[in-house]
Design a protein around this ligand. Sequence first.
Ligand SMILES: Cc1cc2nc3c(=O)[nH]c(=O)nc-3n(C[C@H](O)[C@H](O)[C@H](O)COP(=O)(O)OP(=O)(O)OC[C@H]3O[C@@H](n4cnc5c(N)ncnc54)[C@H](O)[C@@H]3O)c2cc1C
Length: 285
Amino acid sequence: MIPAAFEYSRAASLDDALAKLRATNGAGKFIAGGHSLVPLMKLRLSEPKVLIDIARIPGLSGIRKQGDRIEIGAGTVHHEVATSALLRQACPIVSEAAAGIGDPQVRNRGTLGGSLAHADPAADYPAVMLALDADISLKAPNGVRTVKASDFFRGLFTVDLAADEIIVSVQFNPVKSAAYAKLYQRASHFAIVGVAAALGVSDGVIRSARIGLTGASSHATRLAEVEQALTGKPASKQTIEAAARVAGAKLEPVNSDIHASEEYRRAMIPVFTERALTRALERAS
Ligand SMILES: Cc1cc2nc3c(=O)[nH]c(=O)nc-3n(C[C@H](O)[C@H](O)[C@H](O)COP(=O)(O)OP(=O)(O)OC[C@H]3O[C@@H](n4cnc5c(N)ncnc54)[C@H](O)[C@@H]3O)c2cc1C
């Protein structure tokens, strides 16, 4: 449980962080909250020679309104997301998910960017970012690019993030009629099954639906079959029950581990889909 020796360096700016990373020739890693990286280092599953601390880069954290959109800096800790008045009012699903992450220690150190980069299959934010169709901004020494959340999460602990890039922020259109429901591991609060649902409702009809699922498979994914079953239908309990029934039916493979069997997860996906959809619909009215 003791990490291999490493050097430590604190970045003063984004450019400084990228320059310091490049100087390590592939042997360095960013550290933000350290709540995913340090456990890996203690198990010697990760042995960076240099840690570049990005936790105090000015401007990397914060929650801002940008026209019609909301931007959250990658360095924003979960507690700030959970308690943000802006998010709770305009897009409560994000605060709701953040409030359910781990415990107060984790929420006060762990960051949005760290969670997205690490892409734990049981992490909460990925499902929420899929439901909000968020854009993820990445900076490299030669410029900035933006990736859709639906293209970012690619596999187990695998994302579209190059070795020389840093996550800067996420942006999304706030959706009030959205909710996150999870069945969580009792010790860590990681998701056994977590469902994020965002609905567009007008004149009593569901015009659009985006559903993100986490915890059930190698990486967060959209539940297209549920989205199709909701779109264009009356915004009613019956529609939600019918749509939730098919949730995860086509998902392959589904995780099985010490926390829950595949069979149990499969049974819980419709249950938590219905819960998320019910709350999202309540918020629509
Ligand atoms: C006891 C415990 C319980 C937890 N429970 C939950 C839970 O219920 N739900 C949940 O979702 N998560 C949970 N977590 C994980 C937690 O949310 C972590 O904080 C998060 O996954 C990683 O964020 P971090 O800032 O700590 O990242 P770090 O550990 O510092 O870094 C993780 C990885 O991301 C990279 N990285 C960090 N920031 C950036 C960036 N801006 N750009 C590019 N790469 C970057 C690092 O190089 C590293 O590879 C738990 C963790 C612990 C220890």
